[in-house]
Ligand binder design. Structure first.
Ligand code: BGC
Length: 769
């Protein structure tokens, strides 16, 4: 592919007086010095308006998540008033806009192209909550790597991922987009994702590496009452120990950019929060990249009550927000704010510089097209290896929640009644935030089962609508949905399903949420099965046929009846392009499920927020029936339906008593914990062995358990392996009342097991010296 020569621009810049002055350094300049020299030269030529233009990120195309759209995009590109573009891809579309910037704007500064590549680009992987349930860091990294290969081949430079917001409230629809409730696992996944996107050395000049964007900074997942965009307010101790670690892990891994969140953080919206964006992110953590807002988040500070357009624009720039996503509020206000003294020229320069640095690091000044071509796109996108990986990763993400009397795996002979509104859905299986994925290439459960078992008699009946409320359906379809309301009465649909069930050996009911019921602006106050699906299941149960539930959903759900009455339950999330094949692999036993949930499933919605790593109260409830004055509910126990880390296999595993290399540890020593895990069942299988720690006495109250390690191991039938976990000095530390990261001498408990509840315990002491 022919590259547009930028040599002329580079030469012109180097010939500038500022560059001339630095032309003969004593020693060879470092990469950073070269970058600085280049950007000094470029900025020396830029007008104030052109600098403000770099701060402007515009959206073109379809995927709009707010009420405002970018206008006059072409004209603004030509005037040098656009720094980056998102919501478009393909070599042709990107080349057209890039050429406009390069040929028709005064300084020919290349644009940077971003997109919401969240769980795959063209080849779609399981939604992030599902991906996390694999506990397989190589698989997580591989999914991001493939997304980087595909998105760069499609002309993109920048992906709005990873989303690392800790979420403990299943009502929040965006719990689907992150790794769940745990800061340790979340941090491991954040690192794996950044590495997958940006490559092991963070070399963004490569054709196939893409700049990641850590989001949503910060605490977006702690929205009050699980309602999207809502306020967050929490102690600094909770913030540092429980919510910030995954963001910091991504920064430490070298993430190139950060997106500010919509929410208020302890009284100041994140997007205007100088403490967050400058003191913490840049000064304490040493973040060197740039910060972009979320969609129109600066403008929204007016609704937060932070002032008028000029004031919120100044607030954001002074806080350290570099780029304005869609809001165009910088474009309209920064010049006046400089005039009035509300912001300084230096502040504008700093923001502009950080965006130009990102472009420089991406190699855009060398090759603004990053070697994109139609040919490369054709040979890269959705290639067979990627499809194979999507199937494998999808299988790994699935969690077996129940399996009585070995109902699963299913036989490939006889007959099954395939029931449920999600059984033949292609659009739903790829989940939301899969904008570049073609759902017509996705495999539904029905297609997957038929392909895997051609001689099995499969009869389908819908049984229920995913939602019966026409308005809800309209809302779900507003952003790319294709749900149709079956006009038959619920009784009629159930009657048909029951007839189909009666004629079959086993019922496979594919139920859950439609993809649009999770994700952004998709909070739910009831997290049970929507519509008449539970009524359908009750009728199916009455047939007496074995009943397997295949769940599709993007959040923990309340499933008490289902857990009591189904014979088997397989959680499949929204598993991506290859969902149907992957589900068939698990249902027929070609793959033995190995996933474990990473967000607690409550019994009833009134228990949320419910999470395993909670603190004890002064009146912990031990389960005694008549113990009234305890921290408990009158009408439900404190236990979850399924605890964090839970998931079954077709085989069983037993754990020996963990042993410790020492029972007294000095603060600089590493503790080794060994445990023998045995496959005691009838299938080869993988187990995720988990290690938790409790700091028994602390200067602040400490969680009852915290994940500090895990290993996913393959064990053949009958095989046992001794696993070694290492607890390094930092694993014993936490942020104390002064926000110092310390380990406090005293007693610790170590727990090892196959989930956060069923564990074996040993103790050790941390000595003062
Ligand atoms: C979402 C972000 C997303 C952005 C751009 C916002 O509404 O909160 O996660 O990256 O839109 O599409």
């Amino acid at each position: 592919m022919k590259r547009i020569p930028l040599a002329a621009l580079a030469l012109a810049l180097l010939a500038s007086p500022a560059a001339q002055a630095q032309k003969k350094p004593a020693a060879a300049p470092t990469a950073d010095q070269k970058m600085k020299q280049f950007i000094d030269g470029l900025m020396g030529k830029m007008t104030q308006d052109e600098k403000i233009g770099q701060l402007n990120l515009v959206s073109v195309g379809f995927d709009v998540t707010g009420p405002v759209v970018s206008k006059d995009v072409d004209a603004n590109i030509r005037k040098g008033l656009v720094g980056g573009v998102f919501n478009t891809f393909t070599p042709v579309a990107i080349r057209k806009l890039q050429e406009m910037a390069l040929k028709e704007s005064r300084l020919h500064i290349p644009l940077m192209f971003g997109y919401d590549v969240i769980h795959g680009h063209r080849t779609i992987f399981p939604i992030p909550l599902g991906l996390a349930a694999s506990w397989d860091m190589a698989a997580v990294e591989q999914s991001a790597r493939i997304a980087a290969e595909e998105s760069t081949a499609d002309g993109l430079d920048w992906v709005f991922s990873p989303m690392v917001d800790i979420a403990r409230d299943a009502r929040w629809g965006r719990i689907a987009e992150g790794a769940g409730e745990d800061p340790y696992l979340g941090s491991r996944i954040a690192r794996a994702m950044v590495r997958g996107y940006q490559g092991p050395g963070n070399d963004l000049t490569k054709d196939n590496t893409v700049m990641a964007c850590l989001k949503h900074f910060a605490l977006y997942g702690a929205a009050e009452a699980g309602r999207d965009y809502n306020t967050t307010d929490m102690s600094l101790q909770r913030m540092y120990n429980e919510y910030l670690p995954p963001y910091k892990a991504a920064v430490d891994a070298g993430v190139g950019s950060v997106m500010s969140s919509f929410n208020d953080v302890n009284g100041t919206p994140a997007t205007g929060n100088k403490w967050l964006m400058t003191d913490l992110l840049r000064k304490q953590w040493g973040f060197k990249g740039f910060v972009v807002t979320d969609y129109t988040a600066i403008n929204e500070m007016m609704e937060h009550g932070m002032g008028n357009a000029a004031q919120v624009s100044a607030l954001a720039l002074n806080a350290g927000i570099d780029q304005d996503m869609v809001g165009e509020i910088y474009l309209k206000n920064v010049a006046d704010n400089i005039k009035s003294g509300a912001v300084s020229k230096a502040q504008l320069d700093a923001a502009c510089r950080r965006i130009l640095e990102a472009k420089y690091k991406l190699g855009l000044f060398q090759d603004p097209y990053r070697n994109v071509s139609a040919q490369r796109a054709t040979s890269t996108l959705v290639k067979p290896e990627f499809i194979a990986a999507a199937r494998d990763i999808a299988r790994k993400s699935m969690v077996l929640l129940k399996n009585e009397r070995s109902t699963l795996p299913l036989k490939k002979t006889g007959s099954i009644a395939l029931i449920g509104p999600l059984a033949n859905r292609q659009r739903d299986v790829i989940g939301n935030w899969s904008g570049a994925g073609d759902w017509k290439q996705a495999v539904s459960v029905e297609q997957g089962l038929r392909a895997a078992a051609p001689s099995l008699k499969i009869t389908y009946a819908k049984g229920a609508n995913i939602a019966d409320d026409a308005q809800m359906l309209e809302r779900l379809n507003a952003h790319g949905g294709d749900l149709e309301l079956d006009k038959r009465s619920s009784e009629e649909m159930i009657r048909e399903a029951v007839q189909v069930a009666q004629a079959a050996d086993v019922v496979v009911a594919v139920v859950g949420e439609s993809q649009g019921m999770t994700g952004e602006a998709a909070s739910r106050s009831d997290i049970g099965l929507p519509g008449q699906q539970l009524a359908l299941l009750k009728a199916l149960k009455a047939t007496g046929k074995p009943m397997v539930l295949v769940l599709m959903n993007g959040r923990p759900m309340t499933l008490p009846w289902e857990n009591q009455n189904a014979d088997a339950i397989l959680e499949t999330w929204f598993a991506g392009t290859q969902a149907g094949h992957a589900i068939a692999d698990v249902l027929f036993g070609a793959y033995n499920p190995s996933g474990k949930i990473t967000a607690t499933f409550p019994q009833v919605v009134g228990q949320v927020p419910l999470y395993y790593n909670h603190k004890n109260t002064g009146r912990p409830f031990g389960g005694e029936k008549l113990d009234k004055y305890k921290s408990r509910y009158l009408d439900v126990s404190n236990e979850p339906l399924y605890p964090f880390g839970y998931g079954l296999s077709y085989t069983t595993f037993s754990y020996g008593k963990p042993t410790l290399s020492k029972t007294t540890l000095s603060p600089t020593e590493t503790l080794e914990v060994k445990v023998t895990v045995q496959n005691t069942g009838n299938y080869d299988g993988e187990e995720v062995a988990q290690l938790y720690l409790r700091d028994v006495v602390g200067s602040i109250s400490r969680p009852v358990k915290e994940l500090k390690g895990f290993q996913k191991v393959m064990l053949k039938k009958g095989e046992s392996k001794t696993l070694t976990f290492r607890l390094a000095p930092n694993d014993l530390k936490f942020y104390n009342n002064d926000l110092k990261f310390v380990a406090e001498p005293g007693d610790f408990k170590v727990f090892v097991g196959g989930n956060s509840r069923d564990v074996q315990e040993v103790s050790f002491k941390l000595a003062a010296k």
